[in-house]
Ligand binder design. Structure first.
Ligand SMILES: [Zn+2]
Length: 279
C-alpha cells in the first residue's frame, strides 16, 4: 500500500497554473504559478518582459502566435535572477534582448539559463515599437544591483519586480539585497508618472501601494536598527519586533521573522558599533 501511494505521488506532477489577462489597452499580464510578467502588443510586433522559465516562454510564444500573429521584437529582463530571466532563448530568433548592464554581467557570470542580452544601458532607455513605447529606468541598488522598472505611459502602468509587492512583507531574508538603498529604489519609483502597478508576484496594485511598501521597509529598518543599538540579540528582536500595523499583510506570519533576520544581517554588516573604552 505504501509503495502504491508513493508511486501515485511521484506521478502526480501538477500542471502549472498559467493565464493571460489584459491590464489596459494593449498591455497584458501573464502568469506561471507564483510568477507574473507582462507583454505589450503593437502594430510593429510584441514586447515581452521577464520570460520566467523555458516552459512558460514556449507556452507564451505559442499563445502570442495564436492570438496576435505577430513576432516578439523585444525581450526585456527586469533583473538577472534565474526565476524571472530564464527561458529568454525561446524568443531570441526574433527578439532583441535588453537588460541593465550589470544584469548582463551577472547573467554571463552566473551562467543563467537564458539568452545573453544584446543591448544594455546604465541609467535610462526608451524602447519604441509600432508607435508605442516603454521607458526603462535603473532604480539603483536594492533587491539586486541590476534592477530596472518598465513604465508603459499609454497604459499608465508600471512593471516592477521583487523589490515592491502589494500589501505584503518582504520575501524571506532578502538574499542579495542592499539596505537601506532598497528604500531609495522604491522612492525613485514613487516619483514616476503612472497609476497601475503590475508586480511579478502576487496582486496588482496602484501607486499608493508603492509608498506603503517603502514605509514598511523603513519601519522594519528603523525597528531593527533601534534594537541593534540597544544591544539586543537576533532572537530577542524576533520576539519583540511585531510591526503590528502590517499584521493583515500577505506573508506576515511566516516571513516577518525572516525579514527581521535579513535586516539584522544587513545592519550588522554595515554598522560600526560604538565600543566602550577598555573593551
Ligand atoms: Zn529577484
Amino acid at each position: 500500500m505504501t509503495v502504491l501511494l508513493f508511486a501515485g505521488a511521484a506521478h502526480a506532477a501538477k500542471a502549472p497554473k498559467r493565464s493571460i489577462k489584459k491590464i489596459a489597452g494593449n498591455l497584458y499580464r501573464f502568469q506561471n504559478n507564483f510568477h507574473f510578467s507582462v507583454f505589450l502588443v503593437t502594430p510593429g510586433g510584441i514586447i515581452v518582459t521577464d520570460p520566467i522559465n523555458k516552459g512558460t516562454a514556449k507556452w507564451l510564444k505559442g499563445e502570442l502566435a495564436k492570438r496576435f500573429n505577430k513576432p516578439v521584437k523585444y525581450l526585456i529582463y527586469s533583473h538577472d535572477h534565474q526565476d524571472h530571466s530564464s527561458g529568454g532563448e525561446v524568443f531570441a530568433d526574433t527578439a532583441t534582448v535588453i537588460a541593465h548592464e550589470n544584469a548582463k554581467a551577472d547573467i554571463v557570470g552566473e551562467k543563467r539559463p537564458t539568452a545573453v542580452p544584446d543591448l544594455t544601458f546604465s541609467d535610462k532607455m526608451t524602447v519604441e515599437l509600432g508607435g508605442q513605447k516603454v521607458e526603462l529606468t535603473y532604480v539603483g541598488l536594492g533587491h539586486s544591483d541590476n534592477m530596472i522598472v518598465m513604465n508603459f505611459p499609454a497604459e499608465r502602468t508600471l512593471f516592477a519586480c521583487d523589490f515592491i509587492a502589494v500589501k505584503s512583507v518582504g520575501y524571506k531574508k532578502f538574499s542579495a539585497a542592499y539596505f537601506p538603498d532598497w528604500i531609495n529604489a522604491i522612492k525613485k519609483v514613487e516619483r514616476m508618472d503612472f497609476d497601475t502597478l503590475a508586480t511579478c508576484h502576487g496582486k496588482m496594485g496602484t501607486k499608493a501601494d508603492v509608498r506603503d511598501q517603502r514605509i514598511f521597509y523603513l519601519d522594519l529598518y528603523a525597528a531593527v536598527l533601534k534594537e541593534a543599538r540597544a544591544g539586543k540579540s537576533l532572537d530577542e528582536m524576533k520576539a519583540s519586533i511585531k510591526l503590528a500595523k502590517y499584521k493583515d499583510w500577505g506573508r506576515y506570519k511566516p516571513f516577518l521573522p525572516l525579514n527581521i533576520e535579513g535586516m539584522y544581517n544587513q545592519i550588522k554588516m554595515h554598522r560600526r558599533a560604538t565600543f566602550r573604552r577598555g573593551n
